[in-house]
Design a protein around this ligand. Structure first.
Ligand code: ADP
Length: 697
């Protein structure tokens, strides 16, 4: 090596050392590029330099930075195909450096460049590679023609190696930082989405969280139940702009048929990603509206991502991110992040909706469980789908035994019910049909309504047994009153008419007979009216019991005595006092009860016989039995005779009249005195009515 060459070599080493020092300090890709291009170009004694890298899809070379070239010329070279016949493309493709000593040779090698950048001379393009993988190239242009010797070539290669390593390291670091930022953002967004079931609010917060990190503008749209698009959130860092965007939204409501953007994504369920919005897409959306064009120009929309919010195959809405005034153009990684974010948001919305539905369903079931009316839901095939507690109580069939089974198998007589109850469409007022339903040997009266809807039928069953009984009592009362009051009245009227007739001569005995008849029929009328009044008082709880210590034998004796005054001749009366214990009761009420029972005993012994009151003492009670050997009462009627207005068939009572209130009053009075009234009977051989009252303590 000559002394000059030695000095030059030492000089090159020093320059390379300086580049290495600058590169060591550079952290971000921008700093590395700056160091390579300023220090490296100087170290290589070049006029200008540029660095290009392979694009993410591996199809082109993107120019990252340049120094020393005319910027006006370079604008056309921001990106060029990898398979182009250009020096940088060739070096990235082959990995072999190019050392071209002169412009003439460059133009010969690359005819495509023959009519551009004619001011230069020698050109060097060296590959940028790490671990044997070429990821870009660095080009250097010189002011002179240069025949590159081995050492000069070696120096450029070393420079490229240093640059490649620094650039790869900084890009890796940047990618790692970006990834971490994304993961942090996703984690934060996930926390937010999981924080509440009010998804409208969380989605609004999510939109706000996305600016400016992910976008200049973020919008979230939700698909309404009828396919309408509802803009739930618009976010921008500047609240003034958000307000403006809302006004715009009102002036230009979303067109569901729009060829791009939210409407298109909601229609197709496919995302729309423009790493750079092509002008024709904007043109298509704007149309001829000059005002809109001015607004869009002002917005400076550059890149956009619109992804559907999809869950369980259903499209719920869309998330839109837009890069405008500050955010860099979108990359594949941004698109993937937006997709993931939309996925999580959709799951959150879906969960919130499912939860709400489940809650609504549970509330409805709870309400139905406690509502007093039976509610029965049948599917189209007539199978039971819902059977609430009241339905179980009315029909006597438990929910578990009813669910899933055809209702006609669950309730006997359902077919009759279904035939009688008209089905009305939802929303119209159904008219209830009242009918009897038998269960557990009892008859329940049920008012039923039915509503038919597409997928089935709902029946509402209201237990109106009591109302029905009341109604029956009312009609019984009218029937009894009209019959039982009319008979004595007719007798009185007939007797009075006869007495007043001038044309008939009546004997004194006949007169007395008619007057006695008037008296007894008037008494019978008074008794019936008294019974009706007393029944009313009992029902109203207005009968007071004045309980004192008394002697039942004394009361029974007085009842027998007064009965003896009007008893038919073929009836004999008797009293068996047996020890006569003292009891606690209302003396007058007990007398009233016994008078009634003795009157019945006489009345229902039309063939004559013996009527006796027997007193018997038990441990804590006194039993007062009224015994007759008259008609008797059939077994299955023994409970019903105590019901209001209930009377046996006139054939069974040999036409004996009455109100049907006597035994009802007797039982009510005895029970109010803490006692019981029961009956034992043998049809045809007589009855024994037993009043059981507590002994005095
Ligand atoms: P009524 O005014 O008809 O006598 P009650 O309530 O006193 O009304 O009795 C109800 C029904 O019970 C009577 O209609 C009768 O059929 C029956 N009954 C009551 N007492 C006797 C009895 N001692 N022997 C037979 N049947 C009786």
């Amino acid at each position: 090596m000559s002394p000059v060459e030695g000095i030059e070599a030492a000089d090159r080493a020093r320059r390379l050392q300086r580049v290495a020092e600058r590169l060591a300090e550079a952290v971000t890709p921008e700093e590395v590029l700056d160091a390579v291009l300023s220090e490296g170009v100087r170290a290589a004694e070049a006029r200008a330099g540029a660095i290009g890298v392979l694009s993410a899809d591996g199809k082109s070379v993107e120019l990252l930075a340049q120094q020393g070239y005319d910027p006006a010329v370079m604008t056309g070279w921001a990106s060029f195909p990898l398979d182009a016949d250009l020096p940088m493309s060739q070096v990235v493709r082959t990995g072999a450096a190019l050392f071209i000593p002169s412009l003439r040779e460059r133009n010969e090698l690359f005819p495509a460049l023959a009519h551009q950048g004619q001011e230069g001379h020698a050109v060097v393009v060296v590959p940028l590679a790490v671990a044997g993988r070429v990821f870009g190239a660095m080009s250097l242009s010189f002011d002179d023609d240069i025949d590159f010797g081995l050492e000069r070539r070696e120096m450029k290669m070393t420079l490229a190696r240093q640059a490649a390593q620094a650039l790869a390291r900084s890009r890796l670091l940047e990618a790692e930082q970006a990834l971490r930022k994304r993961m942090t953002f996703l984690a934060e967004a996930s926390d937010l989405l999981a924080s509440s079931l009010d998804y409208n609010r969380t989605l609004r917060q999510l939109a706000r969280l996305s600016v400016p990190g992910l976008a200049d503008w973020c919008a979230i749209d939700i698909l309404g139940p009828n396919g309408e698009i509802e803009r739930l959130a618009v976010a921008h860092q500047d609240p003034e702009k958000v307000r403006w965007a809302r006004e715009l939204q009102e002036r230009y409501p979303p067109d569901p048929k729009a060829p791009h953007g939210v409407a298109q994504v909601l229609r197709s369920g496919e995302p729309e990603f423009f790493s750079q919005i092509p002008p024709e897409v904007l043109d298509e959306s704007i149309g001829d509206d000059q005002e809109l064009r001015r607004i869009v120009d002002e917005l400076g929309l550059r890149a956009s991502i619109c992804v559907p919010l999809k869950a369980r195959g259903r499209i719920l809405g869309a998330l839109t991110l837009i890069a405008a005034e500050t955010h860099p153009l979108y990359t594949q990684a941004d698109f993937e992040l937006a997709t993931e974010l939309a996925h999580r948001a959709a799951v959150a919305v879906d969960n919130a909706r499912l939860f709400r539905e489940a809650e609504r369903g549970a509330n409805a079931a709870l309400a139905l469980a406690y509502v007093a009316d039976g509610v029965v839901l049948l599917d189209r095939e007539g199978r039971v789908r819902h059977w609430n507690g009241a339905a179980a109580a009315i029909t006597g069939v438990d929910e578990e035994d009813a669910l899933g089974r055809p209702v006609r198998e669950v309730v006997s007589g359902w077919d009759t019910l279904a035939a009688l109850v008209p089905l009305v469409p939802p929303g119209s007022a159904p008219r209830p049909v009242t009918l009897p339903l038998a269960h557990a040997g009892r008859e329940r009266w049920v008012a039923v309504t039915g509503v038919g809807f597409g997928q089935g039928t709902v029946y509402a069953l209201q237990d109106v047994t009591e109302e029905h009984a009341l109604e029956k009592t009312r009609s019984d009362f009218v029937a009894t009153a009209s019959h039982e009051l009319r008979t004595p009245l007719a007798a009185v009227y007939g007797a009075v008419r006869t007495l007043r007739r001038g044309d008939v001569e009546l004997s004194e005995d006949d007169r007395t007979l008619f007057l006695e008849m008037i008296e007894s029929e008037a008494t019978r009328l008074a008794t019936i009216i008294d019974q009706i009044l007393l029944t009313g008082q009992l029902d109203a709880g207005a009968v007071e019991i004045d309980a004192t210590e008394c002697d039942p034998a004394e009361i029974a004796a007085s009842v027998i005595d007064s009965a003896a005054m009007h008893v038919p001749e073929d009836i004999s009366l008797a009293l068996d006092p047996d020890g006569s214990p003292r009891i606690v009761c209302d003396e007058n009420k007990l007398r009233q009860v016994l008078v009634n029972l003795v009157d019945n005993a006489i009345k229902y012994s039309p063939g004559g016989g013996r009527v006796e009151i027997r007193l018997r003492r038990e441990t804590s009670h006194c039993l007062i039995e009224v015994v007759d050997d008259g008609l008797g009462i059939p077994m299955d009627e023994r409970n019903r005779i105590f019901e209001k207005f209930y009377r046996l068939d006139p054939q069974q009572t040999k036409g004996v009249g009455g109100s049907g209130l006597g035994l009802y009053i007797c039982r009510e009075l005895v029970e109010r005195m803490n006692g019981q009234l029961t009956v034992a009977s043998q049809p045809g051989r007589g009855s024994t009515f037993t009043v059981e009252l507590p002994l005095r303590r």
